[in-house]
Design a protein around this ligand. Structure first.
Ligand SMILES: NC(=O)c1ccc[n+]([C@@H]2O[C@H](COP(=O)([O-])OP(=O)(O)OC[C@H]3O[C@@H](n4cnc5c(N)ncnc54)[C@H](O)[C@@H]3O)[C@@H](O)[C@H]2O)c1
Length: 234
């Protein structure tokens, strides 16, 4: 049994741009690749075709040497004096991160958080299609959330299969999260993102990520406090 928290975890067998399995990319580098991708997509939207490693590093908030090392994991080195071709590199990183797949996301829990996530328009442009939202409360089932209608969690397995959902977000109370997670996994979904404030257990081979804003705020508070302490630099 494995249980992961929001600490970046090793990502095995990421495919390279050609779709063949590549060697494992260190978790911290995977996290930074998402930053580079975001910066590259901003450049693309601005019509910029080439970028130097220094500029891309600056836009991503990392050093040039870190950027070059991270990009070497996806086999993309750029050309000295010419830099990186923005569209090519963006596609290359997206492929390495598995973002060229068709991800269909189902949300379980149509409360404050679940509804906000379902209504957020920014997932689709990044390749994540929200295809279903569930709740157990019969006052909520059948309600419209964005363009979706809330399904009864009693029909979880049927709707997951019908919609082809391959990722599930848990926006549920802690007390029910493990039971729902078990059903999701038994239904064949192997990627779960949980907002529930509880440690979940999943079988080997299932990727579980936990988002915990309170922990992130505590880490931020720690750094802020250190920065304010006499003799410390930010
Ligand atoms: N990780 C974070 O940063 C973060 C931030 C905010 C909230 N949360 C957590 O996310 C969860 C949702 O928060 P919220 O504010 O949306 O709560 P909420 O009470 O508004 O929504 C929870 C929803 O889950 C539904 N539900 C309860 N049992 C269910 C079941 N067995 N199957 C399906 N649906 C069920 C409820 O009917 C309700 O609609 C909570 O556990 C909360 O603590 C985490």
């Amino acid at each position: 049994m494995t249980s992961l928290d929001s600490t970046p975890q090793p990502v095995p067998d990421l495919p390279d741009a050609a779709g063949t399995p590549a060697k494992q990319i260190p978790p911290a580098a995977v996290a930074r690749l998402t930053l580079y991708l975001r910066a590259l997509n901003t450049l693309l939207a601005e019509g910029i075709e080439r970028v130097s490693s220094d500029s891309l590093a600056e836009a991503s908030g990392v050093s040039s040497s870190t950027l070059r090392k991270d990009l070497s994991h996806v086999g993309s080195y750029g050309t000295r004096g010419v830099g990186y071709e923005v569209q090519y590199l963006s596609r290359h990183i997206a492929a390495a991160l598995g973002l060229t797949h068709d991800w269909k996301v189902a949300i379980v829990g149509a409360g404050n958080l679940g509804k906000a996530l379902a209504r957020y328009g920014g997932f689709e442009s990044r390749g994540f299609d929200v295809v279903a939202i569930f709740d157990a409360d019969q006052m909520v089932v059948g309600n419209e959330v964005g363009w979706l209608r809330v399904s009864d969690v009693a029909d979880l397995e049927t709707v997951l299969h019908r919609t082809g959902a391959n990722m599930v977000v848990l926006a549920l109370p802690a007390a029910v999260a493990q039971g729902i997670c078990d059903r999701v996994v038994a239904a064949g979904v192997h990627s779960v993102l949980s907002f529930a404030p509880v440690m979940l257990q999943v079988p080997e081979g299932v990727n579980l990520r936990k988002v915990d804003m309170a922990t992130e705020l505590q880490i931020l508070a720690y750094h802020a406090q250190r920065a304010q302490a006499p003799g410390q630099t930010a």
